[in-house]
Design a protein around this ligand. Sequence first.
Ligand code: UN1
Length: 515
Amino acid sequence: LSTRASTILSALDISTTEELSGVYDGQWRGSGDIFSSVCPTTGEILARVKSASPQELHDALARSREAYTLFRHVPAPRRGEILRQIREALSAKRDELGALVSLEMGKIRTEGVGEVQEFIDICDYAVGLSRMMNGNVVASERPGHSILEVPNPLGVVGVLSAFNFPVAVYGWNLALSLAAGNATIWKPSPSTPLCSIAVTRIVARVLESNGIPGAVAGLVTGGREAGAAIAESRDVELVSFTGSELVGRNVGKTVMSRFGKTILELGGNNASIVMPDADLSIAVPSVFFGAVGTAGQRCTSTRRLYLHRDIAPEFLDRLKKLYATIKPADPLVDGTLLGPLHTSAALKTYSDAIDHLRSIDADILTGGNRYTDAPLDAGNFVQPTIAIPKSVDPKAKIWSTETFAPILNAAVFDNIEEAIAWNNAVPQGLSSSLWSRDIRNLGKWIGPGGSDAGIVNVNVGTSGAEIGAAFGGNKSTGWGRESGGDAWKQYVRWSACTINFSDSAPLAQGVNFSI
Ligand code: UN1
């Protein structure tokens, strides 16, 4: 193993000499298929992980349920105190975990650290929440009656997460789920097992030292079948899935067919709209970050750029200059802004998309190729690309599909109504961003006829949301909401409790049923 990798792994006590256990349900196990963690930058195998066998998965689900039946009685502020300790433990290893994210996923180091920071932030949020998960008292129409709306712990929450945020998205779910009194069972992406093992070890130590069953935060590494088994299990009340629309559709149907609950965070196909009065000195670098950051592998990455005719040439000129400064390199090295794509399979997705652009005679302003010189040829490095397709037909494939790579398609518009229509014409609805200093444009953008996405930004790019507001998208993005806002309300079961304190039993709506 390279020194680069072994330094990071040993800082987190991840042994590289033996196969690692990828299942935790209070004890570490794993006797299923072996998964390799492959470094997207160098192609080296970082570690081998023993995933969950079908029996282990079955047992882990049973232990999660057992853990839930105990944990739901722990008072919420006490659960918050445990979250505070998890927050402290994560914070003590923030930089080490951030480096591991960078090593295993391929995003640049500061983004890896930023992702762990998101987990820390949501823990802070959930600590506060643990004293504020309040129900309601409703005015009753009957004398001597009270109606309460009571939130109780929900059950077992299955978290099926994606490779691109191998730590933060689990963190959003774990923090809210734990504050709500649930047990969580995590099935991470099969290609980022080390991040999930490192995080679970940290969380498990805190649970164990508080005398809480470890299965409150269980882990089952595995492939599609493990995800499918969680989706099918009647022991899992809520399935929180992040990933493709294709898989999400199946997860959604499966969970719905047993009347379970879902939170779906599926594809994004996010647009930035730049008006003629925009401050280009902030708009250009923000679009650059949105499209090129994380090598275009955020759900929130900017994929469509709609430029007003008056500023389009200048905007593209300035953007191209920024693209020209990009030096792809090891994402762990300070100053790198462009790391590799996560898997070698993603290289094909990228080149297929470029081939399609060429086949429709799109103007490729910059990019369009892999980096094939050493040492980059060992990793999955591709050139960030800006293309101007001839068609502005929003239904055309080029505009309506999400390609998980740094490809930005641009088009020119004449008025904001047209740009908003294009923004909304796609199946997905995750994030969107308008650049303007004219308050009338802002009103149109955030109002009833405005952007139909879940995230509607003004003079802020499409990616990089904070945890405080609910995160998620509409339409084929799945309508899920995670992290802040009212997202916690999905992690509890609500009961409407009518209580009679009187000596008579009047019926609602004045119904008379006396003999
Ligand atoms: C994702 O890409 O799945 O807003 C999550 C952002 C991050 C989270 C992205 N806070 O870009």
